[in-house]
Design a protein around this ligand. Structure first.
Ligand code: HEC
Ligand code: HEC
Length: 725
């Protein structure tokens, strides 16, 4: 059976590879190779778009819109000179296919955006994030307590009720904080009058006392466990234990995706959900089968609760289970044949519960569970309309990273997901749920690329305190800051790049040289005095775009161009050489001078290095600095050509808040944010066909003052979302 499942998943996956693959068409003619098997759009995207723009609008290279010379001239230019960095990369058939695509697609008429074109039909393999969330939503017996167990089991909840006594402070002092009477203040909860504090502690046994008003030491009156304190009294004792093996009957399940393959992210696509790359390989299939086994065994006898009826009834109940569970697992009503097949699996078991185990495993390795579909139903004009069920899944995965809840399923069942009002109502309802925050946090760290900080080495000599805890604090800052702006702050794009505040815990605050942050988790702090602005000043970002022993103006400059302005650059030529060695007697700027002096390098680096130098006040771990080796830092930067490469404008700045203001006011940056969000939501990089839809969204985003929540909702109202080609 297992072998069949594996084969089934793989066969299905390769059949899918054909979906949405538009082939270029061309006639055989005078000496030119047959290019009918080539996809001119894809070749253009990989060989030319970085310099000439997604739709030939221009960039490092000139515009190609409305080509006014003939096809042969264009082919010759490509064969002989393009791409400039590697002129042989696209010759003969490639050059011919690309030239035909450019001439046919890049005309001002075609690009006029009279109407928004439908998006691409696609199937989307659940990402690890989505798979994990789906499992916990699909099986309610894996309670949310159990999902957080890895961390929750470490959390100590301290609580002291003064029972009417007026106290100005209560602290927890213990073996975990060197018995400090001031390090861990408890917070007064005005609604109960009690002082509380939650802290994560290491595994093992800890002793503690409460310190009232800074001087009176008492044991925890509500904790009966005590140990002699050696002063004639006793300490309270708390034990932290996490290693207890998960008890199947309590519904504990460890992350089932830890050994799933990491998602592929093609160049220019920063997110984990790239649909075209999401294909089940043999490794995926093996891991999915193993995960299904682990899940079923963790369910234990709770699996019976998945049947809405008494399994002793036999066939009728088996099929009722297949129908109701199938609808949730496949996120659409199962067909009659599916109901019969999965019902039969239940009946074939040694006992009904055994049969359910087999059936649930079969559901979990089905392609209909592993992939969500955005293929739609055919319309008369040859395009396709997403079904209500597909819309429900797109909304829930896009906003929550998980399967629809019962209300969304009900809307799909009732056909109440078709009008703009329906979609807007559901999108707003989902946005108001805390799960939307989790998704925005994932979007934030992927958009900015900072996740990579987790396994990026830093020189142990220069940065001895670069440990995992600091890296985690950095990531937490970025995720919580972006979620705060979107949900609790102004909700506007410009705040992301220019805010004068952030969130830091004690560790990170010390890293930033900020005082006054206590031990109770993340706190809001003002960053103006430390010359940071929005995400630009986040340590995660500054450290991510740096080397282990030195800052990297080039990577920081490229970051702003690619991620914040959507300006692309082709890869450097093979002879570019490495990063110059650290030399204390020369500034970074001097060491990198040749990049803008040599013509062969300047075509790209004149947009990169001057911008990146503006980040020089921050070292490779994101700490503020005034000295670069033996010389004072020179952090003058220039975000030239901000609205478009080749426009010859200057935008000088010398601090990150100044850079933040330039970006906050830039139309290109605002438009790029829309593109990045839409990439995340659609799981695809936009091509020429998507351009008009994105332009329309950008205009509305601009008119709303850059309101991110509106953008999220609007992106689902776009015809490019609901209609497909
Ligand atoms: C690394 C950047 C880069 C890449 C990649 C690149 N080009 Fe260019 N292209 C340029 C630059 C710079 C120029 C202007 C200088 C020149 O003509 O050599 C140019 C010029 C051209 C011209 C001449 C335009 C005119 O009006 O005379 C054409 C046509 C062209 N490119 C097409 C392509 C095509 C098609 C591809 C993909 C196969 C491509 N280029 C890839 C940078 C690039
Ligand atoms: C076609 C555009 C282009 C040209 C031309 C170009 N580069 Fe680059 N260069 C890049 C890009 C893009 C990167 C970033 C690569 C990455 O990490 O994704 C880069 C990165 C580098 C880096 C690594 C910087 C770091 O800190 O990681 C060095 C060094 C470099 N280039 C030197 C040169 C030199 C020297 C030349 C001229 C011989 C040159 N480049 C020409 C685009 C270009």
């Amino acid at each position: 059976l297992e072998g069949q499942w594996r084969l089934g998943i793989l066969l299905f996956s390769s059949a899918l590879a054909a979906v949405g693959c538009a082939k270029g068409t061309a006639d055989e003619d005078g000496g030119r190779p047959d290019v009918s098997h080539l996809d001119g759009a894809a070749l253009y995207a990989s060989h030319c778009a970085a310099c000439h723009g997604e739709v030939g609008e221009g960039g490092v290279g000139p515009t190609l819109i409305d080509w006014d010379r003939d096809e042969d001239t264009l082919i010759d230019i490509v064969e002989v000179r393009m791409p400039t960095t590697n002129p042989t990369a696209c010759d003969e058939a490639c050059a011919t296919a690309v030239a035909r695509y450019v001439i046919a697609a890049f005309t001002s008429e075609a690009l006029a955006c009279d109407e928004v074109q439908p998006g691409a039909r696609q199937l989307r393999l659940l990402t690890r994030r989505e798979y994990r969330n789906t499992i916990f939503d699909l099986f309610p017996s894996f309670s949310s307590d159990a999902t957080g167990s890895a961390d929750d089991c470490r959390t100590a909840h301290f609580r002291y009720d003064p029972r009417g006594r007026a106290l100005s402070s209560v602290h927890v002092a213990g073996s975990f904080n060197e018995w400090s009477s001031s390090a861990w203040p408890m917070r007064l909860d005005p609604s109960t009058g009690a002082f509380t504090l939650e802290r994560e502690l290491g595994e093992g046994t800890h002793q503690y006392k409460f310190v009232l008003d800074g001087s009176e030491w008492i044991a925890d009156p509500d904790n009966a466990d005590g140990a002699d304190d050696g002063f004639g009294s006793y300490n309270s004792v708390i034990t932290i234990a996490c290693d207890a093996a998960p008890d199947p009957s309590t519904g504990a399940l460890a992350d089932p995706t830890t050994s799933f393959p990491v998602e592929t992210r093609p160049d220019g696509f920063p997110f984990d959900d790239h649909a075209a790359s999401g294909r089940v390989t043999a490794v995926h299939a093996d891991e999915q089968i193993r995960a299904a086994e682990r899940i079923v065994s963790a369910l234990g006898d709770d699996i019976e609760d998945l049947a809405p009826c008494d399994l002793a009834e036999g066939a009728s109940c088996a099929e009722e289970f297949a129908r109701t569970f199938g609808e949730r697992a496949f996120r659409r009503p199962p067909t009659d044949a599916e109901i019969a097949r999965y019902g039969a699996l239940v009946l074939a078991g040694d006992s009904p519960i055994d049969g359910m185990r087999v059936a649930v495993r079969a559901f979990l390795v089905s392609p209909h569970f592993l992939y969500r579909s955005e293929t739609g139903e055919p319309l008369e004009d040859g395009s396709f309309a997403l079904t209500g069920w597909e819309i429900a899944s797109a909304l829930s995965y896009g906003l929550w990273g998980s399967m629809p809840d019962e209300a969304l399923f009900a809307a799909a069942r009732d056909g109440a997901l078709s009008s703009d009002e329906d979609l807007e109502r559901e999108a707003r309802r989902l946005l108001d749920d805390s799960r939307a925050r989790v998704t925005i946090r994932a979007f934030a760290v992927q958009w900015l690329g900072v996740e990579a900080i987790s396994d990026q080495p830093k020189s142990a000599v220069l940065f001895p305190d670069a440990d995992d805890a600091l890296r985690e604090a950095m990531l937490e800052e970025t995720a919580s800051f972006v979620a705060h702006v979107v949900f609790d702050g102004s909700g506007r794009y410009d705040e992301l790049v220019s805010a004068d505040y952030t969130f830091a815990d004690a560790r990170l605050a010390a890293h930033y040289g900020l005082d006054g942050v206590g031990e109770e988790g993340n706190q809001r702090v003002t960053t103006a005095e430390v010359r940071r602005a929005g995400v630009l000043g986040h340590a995660a970002l500054l450290a991510r775009y740096a080397h282990s022993d030195q800052s990297s103006p080039i990577q920081r400059g490229i970051f702003v161009r690619r991620r914040l302005l959507c300006q692309e650059f082709a890869a450097p030529p093979p002879d570019a050489g490495g990063v110059p060695d650290v030399d204390p007697s020369a500034t970074t700027r001097e060491r990198f001078a040749q990049h803008t002096e040599r013509e062969a390098c300047a075509s790209c680096h004149r947009y990169i290095d001057d911008l990146g130098f503006g980040f020089e006040s921050f070292d490779a771990l994101g700490r503020y600095r005034t000295m670069d080796g033996d010389l004072p830092v020179d952090s003058r930067g220039n975000l030239n050509d901000v609205e478009g490469l080749g426009t010859n404008t200057d935008a000088p700045f010398s601090t990150l808040p100044e850079l933040g203001r330039i970006l906050a006011e830039s139309d290109a940056a605002e438009a790029c944010f829309v593109r990045q969000y839409v990439r995340f939501q659609r799981g695809a990089r936009e091509g020429a066909a998507e351009r008009c839809g994105i332009d329309a969204l950008t205009k509305r985003f601009h008119d709303s003052g850059g309101d991110i929540r509106s953008l999220i909702v609007e992106s689902y109202l776009s015809p490019a979302f609901r209609r497909r080609r």
